[in-house]
Ligand binder design. Structure first.
Ligand code: SAH
Length: 344
């Protein structure tokens, strides 16, 4: 069965041609499934009965089911969604003042092995398919519908490394960005990577206006390799030029994510090194006070240290912010998505 939620408009148009249909069927189907939220092919009254029968036989409209739902005191929603094969991933909805931000997982587990990240404690079981990532957003939209709201922004910052599942993530982005589907603006979509240079360059060539975030977390190779396994394979002298190339190709700035870990990467000397390193890439910095990972003994610096780091960056001309925290009382914060239910 082909899940329609996993097809981009052009892929669906191609499928329709293979079915002996006109390409406009793709648009018609998008309208039915995303705008009119049809739950079955029988509802699609302007499609002939005989073609509806074909659709019923070969295609489906499956969404993941909600296995666990938690709502935090700040109204953050954390879901553990379950797919057909019983794999489960976490999806989080954050209520910013500018919109409803869905944090989507891209893999079941993760193989990147970053030392500070609890989300990656479970090794990768498999990649998520486009329809499964679209499903994460649809399930949140169904919940928000009761409030007359919907998901307005998407960050691919849940469990998994999106660029280790490149093709599926790009299809996912194209689907949610499509005007006829979820119509989430490109500038409202962010893909976050731990830094795979070849994929960063490829992403720059896609012609998408999607935001790119780089999980940097350390200003030199020695420290970065300690924190992030990926830096051994692709050190900074590979990563930074790839980001420069991306910026030239896409004409977009990037955001560096930098977790501040107490006594590890939080000194003003680190800030100085960071500014030097990213100078050629003219970017934003988003500081993330480390969420404690007891397994690793990491903790966050005190507020004065965090602000001193930020002030140093700003003083040296880099637009720097501190990430707002959501859902701390339900373990929904960065790096805290634990796939414990997958281990059952
Ligand atoms: N693999 C991608 C997508 C996951 S994003 C990436 O690395 O970018 C997950 C975000 O949460 C990253 O910015 C990551 O660095 C951050 N994160 C992970 N563990 C954290 C922790 N303990 N405290 C704060 N942020 C954390």
């Amino acid at each position: 069965m082909i899940n329609l939620y996993g097809k981009t408009m052009s892929q669906l148009a191609e499928l329709m041609v293979q079915e002996g249909q006109k390409t406009y069927r793709a648009k018609q189907l998008f309208t039915w499934i995303y705008e009119k939220k049809a739950k079955s092919f029988d509802e699609m009254s302007d499609i002939s009965k005989s073609f509806r029968d074909v659709l019923k036989e070969k295609y489906c409209l499956d969404k993941p089911s909600i296995y666990v739902k938690q709502v935090a005191s700040d109204r953050t929603i954390k879901l553990l969604v379950e797919f057909k094969d019983k794999s489960k991933v976490e999806t989080v909805l954050m209520r910013y003042n500018y919109g409803n931000v869905a944090c989507v997982s891209s893999q079941v587990g993760c193989n990147m092995g970053c030392s500070f990240c609890a989300s990656g404690l479970l090794k990768k079981k498999r990649d998520l398919l486009p329809e499964e990532m679209v499903g994460e957003v649809l399930v949140l939209n169904d919940l928000l519908e009761e409030e007359g709201q919907k998901v307005t922004h998407v960050v691919v910052m849940g469990t998994g490394e999106p660029f280790d599942n490149y093709d599926n993530v790009i299809d996912f982005v194209r689907i949610i960005n499509d005007q006829k589907a979820l119509a989430i603006g490109a500038r409202h979509i962010t893909v976050s990577t731990c830094g795979i240079p070849s994929k960063i360059i490829r992403y720059g060539k896609e012609g998408l206006q999607i935001n790119l975030a780089i999980s940097l977390h350390a200003p030199n190779n020695e420290l970065r390799t300690k924190l992030m396994k990926i830096n051994k394979a692709h050190p900074l002298e590979e990563l930074i030029p790839a980001i420069k190339e991306y910026i030239d190709l896409a004409g977009r700035r990037v955001t560096y994510e930098y977790i501040l870990i107490k006594g590890v990467n939080d000194s003003l000397e680190h800030a100085r090194e960071l500014i030097e390193l990213i100078k050629p890439t003219f970017a934003y910095v988003n500081l993330i006070p480390c969420n404690p990972v007891v397994e690793k003994g990491y903790d966050r610096p005190d507020s004065a240290t965090i602000h001193a780091f930020m002030d140093y960056c700003i003083k040296h001309g880099v637009n720097t912010t501190i990430r707002k925290e959501f859902g701390t009382d339900i373990d929904a914060a960065c790096g805290q998505l634990r796939a414990k239910h997958n281990e059952e």
